[in-house]
Design a protein around this ligand. Structure first.
Ligand code: ZN
Length: 274
């Protein structure tokens, strides 16, 4: 599932294709994904010039010169296919621009969405309102984690996944960050010792920045034959590695289920449970 680094990579990958270009065509091959598309989506985007591509949490954002912002949610399986040879059945929305490029929003599982709002109202949109600070932004740091964790009996894993406390963190990068900070995912927030919390404040932006860098190099190295933006392989220490040796100590990586999602961790390196 695309997380913050994947969305960031997609938006950066779209910049050379889309930035400053006029949208000549926006073709909807179905009326909805997870939710109905806005009725006037094609009308409001066609003829508009793409002024800025950016991201908030796990949402890609495209600003146009008409004062609109397209909110792109990749969901579980969404990706952007740049200049595809053929338009397939999962290419639900196809954008063409004045430079002769084609971008298809492809989403096999259809958990993604496209929303269009006035840029001035973006912060109040239900998907965006109430989301916490960006982990790569200036507000993130030890102070924020202390406020989020103090007095809380919820597990560290759940607190980091709470989008109201920190934006954009998902299962993969929370598992990886807790590993590097040496915190057991089930540790109640208020029980995480300050030095570990300090480590966590440093590790979260580092893990995300590394993943974004890996995504950037995957764009440069393969420029994926079919031009697909959205996925890249990166080396995980614990995520998806149940039973494999911990990269730090050799102990088999363990898996527990928290809130119906798998948490991967090293029982030796990550302490403080309960
Ligand atoms: Zn270990």
């Amino acid at each position: 599932m695309p997380e913050l680094p994947e969305v960031e990579t997609v938006m950066r990958g779209l910049e050379p294709v889309w930035l400053g270009q006029r949208l000549d065509g926006v073709i909807l091959h179905r009326p909805n994904l997870r939710r109905p598309f806005p009725q006037d989506l094609g009308q409001r985007l066609t003829g508009a010039v793409i002024m800025r591509l950016h991201r908030r949490a796990k949402y890609g954002l495209m600003d146009t010169d008409r004062g609109d912002t397209l909110i792109i949610h990749l969901g579980m399986s969404g990706r952007m296919r740049v200049d595809p040879d053929t338009i397939g059945k999962h290419d639900h929305v196809v954008f063409t621009t004045g430079n002769g490029r084609t971008v298809a929003f492809n989403d096999a599982r259809r958990f993604g969405s496209l929303d269009l709002v006035s840029s001035a109202d973006l912060a109040a949109h239900p998907l965006i309102a109430g989301i916490g600070p960006e982990p790569l932004g200036p507000e993130f740091g030890l102070g924020l984690l202390e406020r989020a964790f103090s007095g809380r009996m919820a597990p560290a894993k759940a607190l980091l996944l709470d989008q109201r406390l920190v934006a954009g963190l998902g299962n993969i990068y929370v598992c990886e960050s807790l590993f590097r900070a040496g915190i057991h995912p089930a540790t109640p927030g208020s029980h995480v010792p300050r030095p570990r919390l300090k480590a966590l404040a440093a590790v979260i932006p580092a893990v995300l920045a590394e993943a974004i860098a890996a995504g950037g190099s995957s764009l440069r190295d393969h420029a994926a034959p079919d031009g697909t933006l959205g996925y890249f392989q990166t080396g995980f220490h614990v995520y998806g590695r149940e039973g494999a040796p911990c990269t730090a100590c050799g102990t088999p990586v363990a898996r527990i289920v928290q809130s119906a999602r798998s948490s991967f961790f090293c029982p030796s390196c990550q302490r403080g449970r309960g």
